[in-house]
Design a protein around this ligand. Structure first.
Ligand SMILES: [Zn+2]
Length: 52
C-alpha cells in the first residue's frame, strides 16, 4: 500500500506502509519514505505527528 505525500526531508512523494497496529482510537499506520528514513504515523487517516 502506498501513499502520495511530500517528504520534508528529501522531497520524494511516495511513502509506503511500514507497520500498522490497532489502538483505542482505531488503526494506527506507520508510513515511511521510500527514499530516506523519514516516517510519520496516522491514526484512522489523520496525521498524528506527536507519536512519531
Ligand atoms: Zn524522504
Amino acid at each position: 500500500m502506498r501513499l502520495q505525500h511530500d517528504c520534508p526531508e528529501c522531497g520524494a512523494e511516495t511513502f509506503y506502509r511500514s507497520a500498522s497496529t490497532m489502538v483505542q482510537l482505531g488503526e494506527k499506520v506507520k508510513w515511511a519514505c521510500t527514499d530516506c528514513d523519514h516516517g510519520f504515523v496516522r491514526i484512522n487517516g489523520a496525521v498524528d505527528t506527536g507519536t512519531v
